[in-house]
Design a protein. Structure first.
Lengths: 347, 341
C-alpha cells in the first residue's frame, strides 16, 4: 500500500458522543467538579482555589465559573503563569492549616512543578514536616485534538512517588464524590479530570452531600469471561467493546479503578479470579504506564487464576499527535480492544 | 563614630540583653558546628556537614529581626543553623538529626537542619534550591487569610538564585503583596562554582527590580548592619509594604561539605575574609562600645560549652530508629506520627 493510499480523512474517533451512554440527568462532569469545590468552600473556610485565570475568567474551561462572585478574590485567586509558585504556595498554605485546591490550566503543565510535588508535598509527612493536604487538579486526557501539550495523561510520572494520591474519575458522580474526598483528605491528591468528558457526560446527582472514597474501584458491568481493568474516559471505550463482544456471547466485566494511587488491588484480583482473563486498558503511552503495575500485581498474586496472558491496550509510545488521523491511530480504540479480547479468548 | 551602648540602643533598638543574646547565638552556632565536625570524625554523624563558618552573623542577625511571638516563621537552608537556634531549636534536636536518632524531630528520616516546628517559628527546607520561596509565599498567604500579622523569612544563596523557582517565587510573592523577606546570601561560591558563573549581575539585590520588589544589599559580616537591614525588611513586610530581597554579602570559609577541601578557592581570598569574621567583628563592637566586658564573653562561652556538653551527652544516649518503622508514616492514618518519640 502506498503512503498516499494510506492517507485517510478524519474518522469519528471511538470515544465520541455517539459512543458515550446518554445517562441523562442534569449535571455535567464539569459542573460536578464546580459543585464539589463550591460546596466544600461553603462548609469549610480553609478551602480556597488558586490558579491561572480561575477567578475573573472562571477558568480556561469555565470549571470555576461564578466562584469568585460568591467567595471573592481572597478565596478564588488568580496568579501569574507560575505552576511552581501555585503549587508551592498551596503546600505552604496547607502546612498552615488551609485546604488549597491548585488548578493546572492543562494538566500537561504539572510537569513544570514536578519538583514541588515530588520533593516537597509527597515527602512532607514522612520527613516529619507534617501532612500537606493539597489538591492539584486539572484537565487531562486526549481525544480533543489538543496535540502534544494539551492531551496529557501524567498519572504514571507520579505513580512512583510514595506520599501522593492520584484519582481519575470517569463519571460526574465520581468526579464530585472523589473531589470532595480529595479536598477532605489529609494527604496531597492529584485529581485528574478528563476534558473530553467535561460537557459530554452527565447524570442526576444526589442532592445530599456524598463522597466517593479514594482507593475503591467500581464494577461498572458484571461479566464472566474477561475483565477490562481501566479508568478515566476509557471506561466508555471498555463498555462499548463489552457491548459488541456480548453480541458474540462473550461476557465482559468492566472494572473502573477510579483511584490509581492507592489502587483497589482486592477488587481487581477478585474480578480476575472470577473471569480468568484480564485486559488492562489505559490512555497513557504503553511503556511504564500504570497498567504495567496492575499487570505485575495480577501476575504476582493471581497467576493461578489466569487462563491467558495479561494484555495491555494503551496509547502508542509516542507524544500525542495533533492531526485526527494520527491521534486516532495513537490512541486505544474499540477495534484494538476487541482484537485484544479475541486473542485472549482464543488463547 | 565610636559606638556606645546608648548609641547602639538608639540606633538599632537593641538592648544590652538582646545584644548579649546575639553573642550567645553566634557562639552557640559556631561551637555546635564544631561539635558536629568532631562527632563526624568519630563516625557518630553519618551524613554530610555543611558549615556556616564565617557566615553565622547573617543567619543570627536576620532571625533576630523576626518576632516569633507574633507567629513569624523562618525557612533556613543548610548554612543557616543560626536561624534555627534563634527561633528556639535546641542543640540536642539538631544533634539528634545529624546522628540519625529515632527520637529526632524527623525520627531519623531527614538530615541535619531539615526540621520544622511552626509553634516555634521554623520551617524544614527541602534540598532542591529555590523551592522554599514559593512554599513560604504560601505560608504568608495563609497567614494573611487567617488574619495573622506574621512575617515569613526565607533564605536562598547566590547559586540557588539561578533556579526556576527563584524566577517564579519572588515574582509571585511580590505580585501577591505578601509579607515575605527573601534573604539572598551571596557567599561567593555554590559548591565549586563562583558567583560570576551564576550571574553577571554585580549586585544581586538588583534582581528585585525585575519583579517590583524592594532590593537592598548589606555587609552580611556586619551583624548590627545586617540586623538593621533585616529589621527594615521585616517592618516593611509587616506594614503591608511587600517583599524585600535582602542581599547579604558574606563568604563561605569552608568547602561545600566536609569532604570538600576548597582547593578551587584562592588562598588570598580566604585570608582576606578571615579578617572580616563576623563573630570577631561583633565581639569587638560590643567590647569597644562597653556593652560587654571580656568577662561577659568568657561567661557566655562557658555556658555555651556547658550546654553543648549536655546536649551531646543527651544525643549520644538517644536510640536509633526501629528499622521496620521505615514503612510507616507516609500517609495519614497509620498512627505513626501520633506515637510518642
Amino acid at each position: 500500500m502506498s503512503r498516499d493510499s494510506a492517507r485517510r480523512d478524519s474518522e469519528t474517533i471511538d470515544m465520541s458522543e455517539n459512543l458515550i451512554p446518554k445517562a441523562g440527568g442534569d449535571t455535567f462532569y464539569i459542573d460536578a467538579i464546580r459543585q464539589a469545590m463550591r460546596e466544600e468552600m461553603l462548609v469549610d473556610p480553609r478551602v480556597f482555589l488558586i490558579g491561572e485565570d480561575v477567578g475573573a475568567f472562571g477558568g480556561a474551561f469555565k470549571t470555576s465559573s461564578g466562584l469568585i462572585d460568591e467567595f471573592g478574590p481572597g478565596r478564588v485567586i488568580d496568579t501569574p503563569i507560575s505552576e511552581v509558585a501555585i503549587t508551592g504556595a498551596a503546600c505552604g498554605a496547607a502546612l498552615m492549616g488551609m485546604r488549597p485546591i491548585a488548578e493546572m490550566q492543562f494538566i500537561n503543565f504539572i510537569t513544570v512543578t514536578f519538583d514541588m510535588l515530588s520533593s516537597f508535598a509527597a515527602t512532607s509527612r514522612y520527613r516529619g514536616n507534617g501532612g500537606c493536604p493539597i489538591v492539584v487538579r486539572g484537565p487531562a486526557g486526549g481525544g480533543v485534538r489538543g496535540g502534544p501539550f494539551h492531551s496529557g495523561n501524567p498519572e504514571a510520572y507520579f505513580f512512583n512517588i510514595p506520599g501522593l494520591k492520584i484519582v481519575y474519575p470517569g463519571t460526574a458522580y465520581d468526579a464530585k464524590g472523589l473531589l470532595k474526598a480529595a479536598i477532605r483528605d489529609e494527604d496531597p491528591v492529584l485529581f485528574l479530570e478528563h476534558k473530553f468528558l467535561y460537557r459530554r457526560v452527565k447524570e442526576d446527582l444526589p442532592a445530599d452531600d456524598f463522597v466517593v472514597p479514594i482507593g475503591k474501584a467500581k464494577v461498572r458491568r458484571e461479566g464472566r469471561d474477561l475483565t477490562i481493568i481501566t479508568y478515566g474516559a476509557m471506561i466508555y471505550l471498555a463498555e462499548e467493546a463489552a457491548e459488541e463482544l456480548a453480541k458474540d456471547g462473550v461476557s465482559v466485566e468492566v472494572l473502573d479503578m477510579r483511584s490509581i494511587l492507592p489502587f483497589d488491588e482486592e477488587t481487581m484480583l477478585e474480578s480476575v479470579a472470577k473471569t480468568n482473563r484480564a485486559i488492562v486498558l489505559y490512555e497513557a503511552p504503553l511503556t511504564g504506564g500504570v497498567g504495567a503495575e496492575f499487570s505485575a500485581r495480577i501476575a504476582e498474586k493471581a497467576f493461578d487464576w489466569l487462563d491467558a496472558p495479561i494484555k495491555r491496550v494503551a496509547s502508542l509510545d509516542t507524544p500525542t499527535p495533533y492531526a485526527p488521523q494520527l491521534e486516532d491511530f495513537h490512541r486505544p480504540s474499540k477495534a484494538k480492544l476487541i482484537a485484544a479480547a479475541k486473542e485472549l479468548l482464543r488463547y | 563614630m565610636t559606638l556606645t551602648a546608648a548609641s547602639i540602643e538608639a540606633g538599632y533598638g537593641l538592648s544590652r540583653e538582646r545584644l548579649l543574646q546575639i553573642e550567645y547565638h553566634l557562639r552557640l552556632t559556631r561551637s555546635l558546628e564544631e561539635r558536629i565536625v568532631s562527632l563526624f570524625r568519630q563516625s557518630k554523624v553519618i551524613g554530610g556537614i555543611y558549615r556556616s563558618l564565617g557566615q553565622e552573623g547573617e543567619s543570627v542577625a536576620c532571625a533576630t529581626a523576626l518576632d516569633f511571638a507574633q507567629g513569624d516563621i523562618v525557612s533556613p537552608l543548610i548554612r543557616n543553623m543560626g536561624s534555627l537556634l534563634v527561633a528556639g531549636a535546641r542543640p540536642v534536636e539538631i544533634l539528634r538529626q545529624y546522628m540519625a536518632k529515632g527520637n529526632s524531630l524527623s525520627r531519623g528520616r531527614e538530615l541535619n537542619i531539615h526540621i520544622k516546628d511552626f509553634a516555634r517559628g521554623f520551617m524544614g527546607p527541602v534540598s532542591p534550591l529555590g523551592a522554599m520561596i514559593p512554599v513560604m509565599a504560601g505560608v504568608t498567604l495563609a497567614g494573611r487569610m487567617q488574619g495573622k500579622n506574621m512575617v515569613g523569612m526565607v533564605h536562598i544563596g547566590d547559586g540557588g538564585a539561578s533556579t526556576g523557582a527563584f524566577a517564579e517565587g519572588p515574582n509571585f510573592a511580590t505580585v501577591m503583596k505578601l509579607p515575605l523577606v527573601i534573604v539572598l546570601e551571596n557567599n561567593g561560591y555554590a559548591y565549586s562554582t563562583p558567583t560570576v558563573k551564576q550571574t553577571l549581575a554585580t549586585r544581586l539585590a538588583d534582581r528585585a527590580l525585575g519583579v517590583g520588589a524592594t532590593g537592598e544589599t548589606v555587609d552580611g559580616n556586619d551583624v548590627l548592619a545586617t540586623y538593621a537591614a533585616a529589621k527594615r525588611a521585616v517592618d516593611r513586610a509587616r506594614g503591608g509594604g511587600g517583599v524585600t530581597l535582602l542581599e547579604v554579602v558574606t563568604f563561605r570559609m569552608k568547602g561545600h561539605a566536609e569532604h570538600d577541601n576548597q582547593s578551587y578557592v584562592p588562598k588570598e581570598l580566604i585570608e582576606e575574609w578571615k579578617q572580616k569574621d563576623p563573630v570577631d567583628r561583633y565581639e569587638r563592637a560590643i567590647l569597644e562600645s562597653g556593652v560587654a566586658t571580656a568577662d561577659d564573653l568568657a561567661s557566655i562561652q562557658a555556658s555555651v560549652k556547658h550546654e553543648l556538653d549536655e546536649a551531646v551527652d543527651e544525643a549520644e544516649r538517644s536510640l536509633a530508629p526501629i528499622a521496620e518503622d521505615a514503612a510507616r508514616g507516609v500517609y495519614h492514618g497509620d498512627g505513626f506520627w501520633d506515637e510518642p518519640r
